[in-house]
Design a binder for this molecule. Structure first.
Ligand code: COA
Length: 255
């Protein structure tokens, strides 16, 4: 069974994250598969809308922590950066359906989707600081813009999760529904969009995205540089080892 299920129906391309035993934690191979599928969808007139969805009780546990420990392949030419930049510059609409935990990149990728429906069990968290890391996916730019500096600091510095209703209030998601309805709502939105003239949909998205596109790319690159360095440093190594050893991290010896 593959870790990302890809299904095209009614002009809607659906990515279902499918790495259940690791709560849909992303591997390098998953980023590559998603980026390649997005590039193919961009050029395929049979695709008008993309949906990203997970499991009814978890969206994604973020980047695979065992992969992080390798600390190789997170530079500018890495699969994760390729995926994020491909998603961020994707011209057709992307809808996310999110239930349960959406951790790290599982949350930050939503900032590059056009519509987000959340199950009432959704919990969005960006615990980069807790892992000795810094934000990615231009979340250091987009989150303060979206919710204001202080609430962004609550998410990014304290690493506190935002539950579905709080995410709705700050505009991180469009609608909250019972988990069993999330994919249904996403598909209904997708079918509505797919019935509209594609050129009008894509032009409208392009106009909304254009003013920020360069800034997003630049911030993503800056974040990626810092992130790659921090991955190799003591606090991150301690946080990853602690997670894998099922213990609390001890940062008392780290500056
Ligand atoms: N990387 C690698 N493995 C992960 C993982 C990750 N990001 N998240 C979860 N897993 C693994 C667990 O180690 C566990 O594996 P095991 O059964 O071999 O021990 C399995 O997935 C199930 O996870 P578990 O923690 O038991 O599930 P849960 O339902 O209690 O909690 C989460 C789910 C997502 C809240 C929790 O797993 C979590 O906090 N994960 C880490 C998130 C994180 O920090 N990601 C990095 C962000 S930058």
């Amino acid at each position: 069974m593959t870790d990302v299920l890809i299904h095209l129906e009614d002009a809607v391309l659906t990515f279902t994250l499918n790495r259940e035993h690791k709560k849909n934690a992303f591997t390098q191979a998953m980023y590559t598969e998603l980026a390649d599928a997005l590039r193919a969808a961009q050029d395929n007139p049979a695709v008008r809308v993309v949906i990203v969805q997970g499991h009814e009780t978890f969206f994604s546990a973020g980047n695979d922590i065992a992969d992080f420990l390798q600390a190789e392949g997170f530079g500018m030419d890495s699969p994760v950066i390729d995926f994020l930049q491909t998603l961020s510059s994707f011209k057709k609409p992307v809808i996310a359906s999110v239930c349960g935990p959406a951790v790290g990149i599982g949350s930050s990728l939503l900032l590059h989707c056009d519509l987000v429906v959340a199950g009432d069990n959704a919990a969005f968290s960006l615990p980069f600081v807790n892992l000795g890391l810094c934000p990615e996916a231009a979340s250091s730019l987009l989150l303060p813009q979206l919710m204001g500096y202080h609430r962004a600091a609550q998410a990014l510095l304290l690493g506190e999760p935002f539950m579905a209703e709080a995410a709705l209030e700050v505009g991180w998601v469009n609608q909250v529904v019972v988990p069993s309805e999330a994919n249904v709502v996403a598909k209904a939105w997708a079918l509505k969009l797919a019935a509209k003239p594609p050129s009008a949909v894509m032009q409208t998205k392009a106009l909304m995205k254009a003013p920020q596109a360069l800034a997003i790319k630049a911030v993503m690159e800056q974040e990626a540089m810092v992130f790659a360095r921090m991955l190799k440093e003591g606090p991150a190594k301690e946080a990853f080892s602690a997670f894998l050893e099922h213990r609390k991290p001890d940062f008392s010896k780290h500056g």
